[in-house]
Design a protein around this ligand. Structure first.
Ligand SMILES: [Zn+2]
Length: 633
C-alpha cells in the first residue's frame, strides 16, 4: 500500500525526518521516543531513499509544539518543502508534527502543491490524493485530543523496552523473580507440581473442559497470585475454572519464552464499562517480541505451539466466528451491548449467503450462560451510525478547526504586543542609563565607567528585543488566507462523497468512523422492534438514535412470494419437513436460490406468526447460534 505512492521523482529529492518532542521533560524522560524518531531514518532508507539524501531535522528538541513561531525547525522544514526540495516528510504519528491545526493544514497544503509525501511509522500519505488529504486533515483535527496521542507515545515507549526484554510485568504463577532480576521456578514444590499436572492432563485429554473436570474430580485447586493491592503477589489456591486453565495453556511463559505483544490493544476502542482498551489476540507467528529460553520452562516450545493449535481447533468446533477485518460490519470492535455492557462480536455470513453480518452479544454464552444476550443485523445500525457520523463530522469539526485557527491568529497578535511592550520598557531603561551617565562628573572615572557599562548593556538588550519584535511582527502577519479556509471547508464537504465512493474500502470507512467515534452501544431488547443506538463521540458527547429493527429478510433478498403463500397455506396442517419437501418438489427455491430446509420454513413461520407447534430444537441455542437460522430474538 505504501510503496505504490512513492515514485522515483520523490526519491530524487531529499527525505526529511522531523524529530521533535514537546517539552524538556519528555526529552529527558522519554528517550525511547527519541530513539523511535531516529528510527524513522531507517524507514526512509527502506522506502527507497539513499542514505545520503535522508536529512534529520531535530532543532526543535525541547521546544513546545503549540505554535510554530518559536520552532525554527518547523519553519525550515516548511521552507524546504515549499521550494520543492523534499520528496517525503517522515515523522512519528503524522499529525504530531505540529500540534495546532493551522501549522498542520499549512503543511498539508504546501506538501500538496510541491508534490511531497507525508509518512509516519505505519503509512505513507500523498496530500494530493483526496482520500489521503481527508485522512491527514481529520488526523490533524483530532490530534488536538492530546490525551490520545500521548497515550500512543507512552505505549510505543513500552514497546521499545520490551524489544530488549527489559520491560517488567507481573510474572505468571509458577515463577518468581530472583535477586538479580532473572525469572526462576517457584520454590514452592506444590505450585510447580500442580502446573505440571495441568500440562500433563491436557496432553492426555486434549480438551480444556476435560482438564477442568478432571481437576475438580480429583479435588485439585490451582495456584494464583493475588493482584489486589493488599497482599499483592501472595499465593492463594482457587477452584479450577475454564478461564484459568485457558490462561495457563495460552501463556508462552511456561515454555520459557519472554513474549510481549501477544495482544494488540486498540486505545481508540474502549470498554464503556471499564474504560480499558480492547484487546485482539495475535497469532503466535506474529508476536513481535519473543525471546526464547529466557527462563526455565514447564513445557517445550513445540508442545506449546501444538497446544495452541489444539486449542484453536477446539475453539473452532465450539464457535465459528471468523472475524475478518475487512468485514462489512462497520462497527466491528467498537460495538457494545446496551443490555449487559459486554463487547459484541460480529457474525459474518458466507459470501454465498449475501446476508449482512450481525452483531451478537455472546460472551455470556461462552462463559456458560444459557443463551446469547441479544443480536441484530448490522445493516440498519451501521446505516444510522454512518449517517450520524457524516452529519456530525463536517460542521462540528470544521467549526472546531476554524476556532482553533482563529485562536492562533489571536495568540500571534498578542505575542507581538508583548514584544512591543518589552521593547518599550527596554528603551526607557536605556534612556535612563544614558541620562545617569551624562549627569555624572567625568572626572569621577570609576563611577563613569560603571555607568557606561550599564548603559551599553541596556543598549544591547534593546537591539535584541528589536530583533525579536521584528520577528513577532512578521509572524503575526501570517494569517490563514481565505483560500486556505475554503480548502478546508471543501475537504469537509467532500467527506460524504469519499465515504460513499466505490474506491473507499470498508476498512477505510471503519478507520474514519473510529476517528470520531469512541464506541457504540446497542440495545435491541428494551423496546420491541426498536434498537436504541448510543454513539459515544470522541469529544465526549453522546448521541442517541432509535433504529427500526429490520424484520428478518426485509433487508436483503426475499423469499419468493409464491413460496411464502404456500407456506402460509400449509403451515396449519403440515410439519416443517413436509412443507420443505413440497416446496422443493414444486421447484421453488429460497431467497438465496437454495433448496428449502426445515429451518427456512420454520423461520418464515415464526416471522409471520404462523404458530410454532413444530420441533423447536433449532430454537434452543445451536452450537453456532444463528449460523443457520435467524438470529433476531
Ligand atoms: Zn449482552
Amino acid at each position: 500500500m505504501t510503496s505504490t505512492k512513492i515514485h522515483s521523482t520523490h526519491c530524487e529529492r531529499t527525505a526529511f525526518v522531523y524529530v521533535r518532542q514537546s517539552t524538556w521533560l519528555q526529552v529527558s524522560e522519554n528517550r525511547e521516543s527519541t530513539e523511535r524518531q531516529y528510527n524513522l531514518r531507517e524507514r526512509a532508507i527502506q522506502l527507497g531513499w539513499p542514505e545520503s539524501r535522508v536529512e534529520v531535522i531535530d532543532e526543535d528538541q525541547g521546544r513546545s509544539g503549540s505554535t510554530a513561531t518559536f520552532r525554527t525547525g518547523f519553519q525550515r522544514l516548511a521552507a524546504e518543502v515549499g521550494l520543492g526540495k523534499v520528496g517525503i516528510v517522515l515523522m512519528l504519528e503524522a499529525s504530531r508534527l505540529a500540534r495546532n491545526n493551522s501549522d498542520w493544514y499549512r503543511l498539508i497544503e504546501i506538501c500538496g502543491i510541491s508534490g511531497t509525501l507525508i509518512a509516519d511509522e505505519s503509512a505513507v500519505y500523498n496530500p494530493r490524493e483526496p482520500n489521503d488529504r481527508l485522512l491527514l486533515g481529520v488526523k490533524g483535527t483530532l490530534s488536538e485530543a492530546e490525551l490520545f496521542t500521548l497515550r500512543t507515545r507512552l505505549y510505543e515507549g513500552r514497546w521499545n523496552k520490551a524489544r530488549k526484554g527489559l520491560l517488567r510485568f507481573p510474572l505468571p504463577v509458577g515463577y518468581v523473580v530472583a535477586t538479580d532480576g532473572a525469572w526462576v521456578l517457584d520454590p514452592d514444590t506444590q505450585v510447580r507440581e500442580r502446573l505440571s499436572y495441568v500440562f500433563n492432563s491436557f496432553r492426555r485429554l486434549g480438551v480444556v473442559r476435560a482438564v477442568v473436570r478432571d481437576l475438580r474430580q480429583q479435588g485439585l485447586e490451582l495456584p494464583t497470585r493475588v493482584t489486589a493491592k493488599e497482599a499483592y503477589g501472595s499465593l492463594i489456591w482457587k477452584e479450577p475454572t475454564l478461564s484459568t486453565v485457558f490462561r495457563i495453556l495460552h501463556n508462552p511463559a511456561y515454555a520459557g519464552a519472554y513474549v510481549y505483544g501477544r495482544s494488540e490493544y486498540f486505545s481508540e476502542r474502549r470498554s464503556p464499562k471499564t474504560g480499558k482498551a480492547s484487546a485482539h489476540v495475535r497469532n503466535v507467528a506474529k508476536w513481535p517480541v519473543r525471546i526464547s529460553d529466557h527462563h526455565p520452562a514447564y513445557i517445550g516450545w513445540e508442545e506449546f505451539v501444538k497446544n495452541q493449535e489444539q486449542l484453536r481447533q477446539n475453539w473452532g468446533r465450539d464457535d465459528n466466528r471468523g472475524v475478518p477485518r475487512e468485514g462489512r460490519a462497520l462497527l466491528q470492535g467498537i460495538v457494545y451491548c446496551g443490555v449487559c455492557g459486554r463487547k459484541m462480536s460480529v457474525q459474518n455470513r458466507s459470501v454465498k449467503e449475501s446476508r449482512s453480518p450481525s452483531y451478537i452479544c455472546m460472551q455470556g454464552y461462552q462463559n456458560g450462560e444459557e443463551k446469547t444476550c441479544q443480536s441484530m443485523t448490522s445493516r440498519p445500525v451501521d446505516a444510522a451510525v454512518a449517517e450520524a457520523f457524516l452529519a456530525a463530522i463536517s460542521p462540528v469539526n470544521l467549526k472546531v478547526a476554524t476556532q482553533v485557527m482563529d485562536q492562533i491568529e489571536q495568540e500571534l497578535v498578542s505575542q507581538r504586543r508583548q514584544h512591543e511592550l518589552q521593547l518599550e520598557q527596554a528603551r526607557y531603561e536605556a534612556r535612563l542609563a544614558q541620562r545617569q551617565y551624562d549627569s555624572v562628573d567625568p572626572s569621577n572615572r570609576l563611577v563613569a565607567a560603571e555607568l557606561e557599562r550599564r548603559w551599553n548593556e541596556k543598549l544591547e538588550r534593546v537591539t535584541d528585543l528589536e530583533r525579536a519584535f521584528a520577528q513577532a511582527a512578521r509572524d503575526a502577519e501570517w494569517k490563514l488566507t481565505p483560500e486556505e479556509r475554503a480548502a478546508i471547508t471543501e475537504l469537509s464537504h467532500d467527506l460524504p462523497a469519499i465515504w460513499s465512493a466505490e474506491t473507499t474500502t470498508n476498512q477505510e470507512r471503519k478507520q474514519l468512523l473510529r476517528m470520531a467515534i469512541e464506541s457504540v452501544q446497542v440495545d435491541g431488547i428494551t423496546q420491541a422492534g426498536q434498537i436504541e443506538v448510543q454513539i459515544r463521540w470522541r469529544s465526549g458527547t453522546i448521541t442517541i438514535l432509535n433504529v427500526k429493527r429490520t424484520a428478518p429478510g426485509e433487508c436483503s433478498l426475499k423469499t419468493p412470494e409464491e413460496a411464502v403463500s404456500r407456506i402460509h397455506k400449509m403451515a396449519p396442517r403440515r410439519t416443517y419437513v413436509e412443507i420443505a419437501t413440497a416446496l422443493n418438489r414444486a421447484g421453488l427455491r429460497s431467497a438465496f436460490g437454495r433448496r428449502f430446509t426445515t429451518q427456512h420454513v420454520g423461520y418464515i413461520c415464526r416471522r409471520d406468526g404462523l404458530g410454532d407447534r413444530k420441533p423447536r430444537s433449532n430454537l434452543e441455542l445451536p452450537k453456532t447460534p444463528g449460523a443457520s437460522g435467524p438470529v433476531e430474538s
